[in-house]
Design a protein around this ligand. Structure first.
Ligand code: ADP
Length: 377
């Protein structure tokens, strides 16, 4: 077990900066998920830590030791990949024992004992004499995890380990990996493009875009207080809706946010808004949009283009010019395709961003309940 520090890590290819001055510090035993869209530099960062890629500059420290220039096999790290990378000609037991033989000087008896212990922990005891091709995808991934765990390394690196599994197995394995990591307490850096994995698995989430770390924080911090529009749009499912609005201060001191579809009068955030430029972006999560009550203010009149029944809610899509927006509305509202609907955006659920820079200028009050986040999935 060890603390991991990634300091000003940079990786340049000819005309691409794959990773741009990345700083991440993981506490001993912490589970950090690095998340972002394809091409944002996640794998490059992970592979620099693993020693598979040489960084252009920056340093990586594991425990007390700087490992930036060590060979991969000299780092106290085990990696789990998307494609399992098991040896096909070896049985499950042999795969696990081989990992130990290559990385430790244990006796054969000690190796056997450790393999039994890990097989038991991962519930793969029954599979120990089988070859990888005889196993399901989930079982193979469990063996790949076992092979990483069996060495008891200082750090686990996991690169999209669940993306080859079907949805049900993926959600089971999410929980299993999380429990296992807490049980064995090994610092873990986990890379994924899947925001649900990030939200549910990480002690903290590092959100990257175009090689640059956008924000690092607990899932609730990232969800409640996204640093910028990119993070706000990336975390949360369905994604946050964004409306380009123009700020107008009225003679009576009220602030209006004007959009082609609506004018939103703002009562709160006056001090933050006094400082901002006029060109803003208003953000609202689909699950925060409501069907307007008769006396509601700040309403938006629109038409439902598509209604997707999700069982517990309906995802109602509406559009304006080239933009499509989503509202997650109670099924009891019985919204049908082509219905005219009057929606309201509760002021307490509004996010505001500077339109030019994307930086957040105002967040809604803190959400405290995990359940509220669950609702948005
Ligand atoms: P992610 O894992 O987030 O999908 P990567 O770390 O694989 O992203 O890639 C980050 C960026 O670096 C991308 O623009 C990718 O095209 C570029 N890149 C990655 N590897 C190489 C390489 N060997 N040569 C040139 N460009 C590369």
């Amino acid at each position: 077990m060890a603390k991991l520090e990634i300091n000003s890590l940079r990786k340049e290819y000819d005309d691409v900066i794959a990773v741009d001055d990345l700083d991440i510090s993981a506490e001993d035993g912490e589970f950090i998920v690095v998340v972002g869209p394809s091409g944002c530099g996640k794998s490059t960062s992970l592979n620099c830590v693993a020693g598979l890629i040489t960084p252009t500059s920056g340093s990586i420290v594991l425990g007390e030791e700087e490992i930036t220039n060590l060979r991969p096999q000299d780092r106290d790290i085990a990696m789990v990949f998307q494609n399992y990378a098991l040896y096909p000609h070896m049985t499950v037991g042999e795969n696990l024992r081989f990992a130990l033989k290559m990385s430790t000087d244990m006796s054969s008896k000690e190796r056997n004992e450790r393999v039994d212990e890990i097989a038991n922990l991962l519930h793969i005891d029954d599979l120990i004499s089988q070859k990888p091709k005889e196993l399901s995808g989930g079982q193979q991934q469990r063996v790949a995890l076992g092979r990483a765990i069996v060495r008891k390394p200082g750090l686990f690196l996991m690169d999209e380990p669940l993306s080859n599994l079907d949805a049900k197995l993926r959600s089971e394995m999410r929980i299993e990996i999380q429990q296992l990591q807490k049980q064995i307490g090994t610092t873990t850096l986990y890379v994924t493009h899947d925001q649900t994995e990030a939200m549910t698995m990480g002690d903290r989430i590092a959100v990257m875009n175009e090689g640059v770390l956008q924000q690092i924080g607990t899932p609730l911090e990232i969800y409640n207080r996204p640093a910028n529009r990119f993070v706000a749009g990336f975390i949360g499912e369905p994604s946050m809706n964004f409306f380009d609005v123009t700020k107008r201060e009225k003679a009576n001191g009220a602030i209006e946010l004007q959009h082609d579809l609506f004018t939103h009068t703002i009562q709160t955030h006056k001090s933050e808004l006094a400082e901002t430029r006029d060109e803003l972006t208003l953000g609202i999560r689909p699950n925060d949009i409501e069907v307007a009550s008769a006396d509601a203010s700040n309403t938006v009149e629109t038409e439902a283009d598509v209604v997707e029944p999700m069982g517990d809610v309906d995802h109602v899509y509406f559009s304006h010019e080239d933009e499509t927006y989503t509202a997650s509305l109670a099924v009891e509202e019985h919204i049908r395709r082509s219905d005219s609907v009057v929606l309201s955006f509760p002021e307490s659920r509004i996010y505001l961003f500077d339109r030019a820079s994307g930086e957040a200028v105002a967040h809604p009050p803190e959400r405290t309940s995990e359940a509220q986040i669950e609702q948005s999935r």
